[in-house]
Write a protein that binds this ligand. Structure first.
Ligand code: ZN
Length: 296
């Protein structure tokens, strides 16, 4: 499976680049935040450190997901990505709450230096946009949910750094240092919202939501074009990491031999896998014509 291997290798490379890039950005922001006495810049830096930790988890998830199905996990390891997506989302929400509490307690003692906040925020914005764009590209290319969650998380940091930038500008212009913890509270809100979005994005997969009407239509068409087969129904598609598992019912003439019936369904299975590249497995329940007329 060459395609799988390319997916894994490129995804892992993207995550590694993300990790190194974030370490540099985080250290820069925290250093500038300490020098500039800015809680929002430090909060932004801590969030980036959290990203590094999460990226390490995602790295593991991609590695685990790429394992072939085994006796212990006969459906493969694709769900590892879904699990990690949720852990990432929850931890982002948690980081948002922590930063909110920190900033609220900092209102009275803030003495932030606006200029350093601006410098830190601008570096962070440029760095994060570059990392996020790169990761989005790889995630879309390989339909990788965990990587997509990671890319979204990077993007949330861009908004966070924009808040720090605005805060820094206001501090520099007005000399009122309250704008620093205020920016920090905005940062915490953005982080919390992004975490919520990430958790939400993993739910349909866990709940096996029917989100694949286009695929179902294509499967209908394949069955319709297959001789002897009628009334495909109960087509169900579940997503397992990057792959899909399909099961369905079809009606066949009652008098044909089991051998023939098996030939027909094997043909459909082959055809579906050919036309829908991400379908890993398909199971077909056969029944005589008319038997499934009341089923959807
Ligand atoms: Zn049926």
């Amino acid at each position: 499976m060459e395609k799988d291997e390319a997916r894994t290798l490129q995804s892992l490379k993207a995550i590694k680049i993300g990790i190194y890039g974030n370490i540099v950005l985080a250290l820069l922001k925290i250093a500038l935040g300490i020098l500039g006495l800015s809680i929002s810049l430090i909060a932004d830096g801590i969030d980036t450190i959290a990203d590094v930790v999460k990226s390490i988890f995602v790295y593991r998830a991609v590695k685990i997901s790429s394992r072939p199905p085994s006796r212990e996990y006969p459906y493969g390891y694709g769900r590892a990505e879904t699990i990690i997506t949720n852990i990432v989302g929850m931890s982002v929400i948690f980081a948002g709450i922590l930063i909110f509490i920190e900033s609220a307690g900092d209102f009275h003692k803030s003495q932030a230096i606006g200029m350093l906040m601006i410098v830190g925020a601008v570096i962070s914005i440029l760095g994060k946009i570059a990392l996020s764009a790169y990761m989005f590209k790889i995630a879309k290319k390989f339909n990788n949910q965990a990587l997509l969650a990671n890319a979204k998380d990077y993007l949330s940091d861009v908004f966070a750094s924009v808040a720090v930038l605005v805060g820094g500008l206001l501090v520099a212009l007005t000399r009122i240092s309250y704008f620093d913890p205020l920016a920090s509270i905005v940062v915490s809100g953005i982080i919390g919202y992004m975490g919520f979005e990430i958790v939400k994005s993993g739910i349909p997969e866990i709940m096996e939501k029917n989100e694949n009407s286009k695929m179902i239509e294509e499967i209908y068409k394949i069955v319709k074009d297959t001789p002897y087969t009628f009334h495909p129904h109960k087509i169900r598609i579940r997503k397992l990491g990057p792959y899909y598992l399909v099961d369905m019912h079809v009606e066949l003439p009652g008098q044909i031999s089991l051998k023939k019936a098996h030939e027909i369904t094997t043909y459909i299975e082959k055809k579906v896998k050919e036309e829908l590249k991400d379908v890993r497995e398909i199971i077909i329940h056969e029944e005589p014509i008319g038997n499934g007329k009341d089923e959807w």
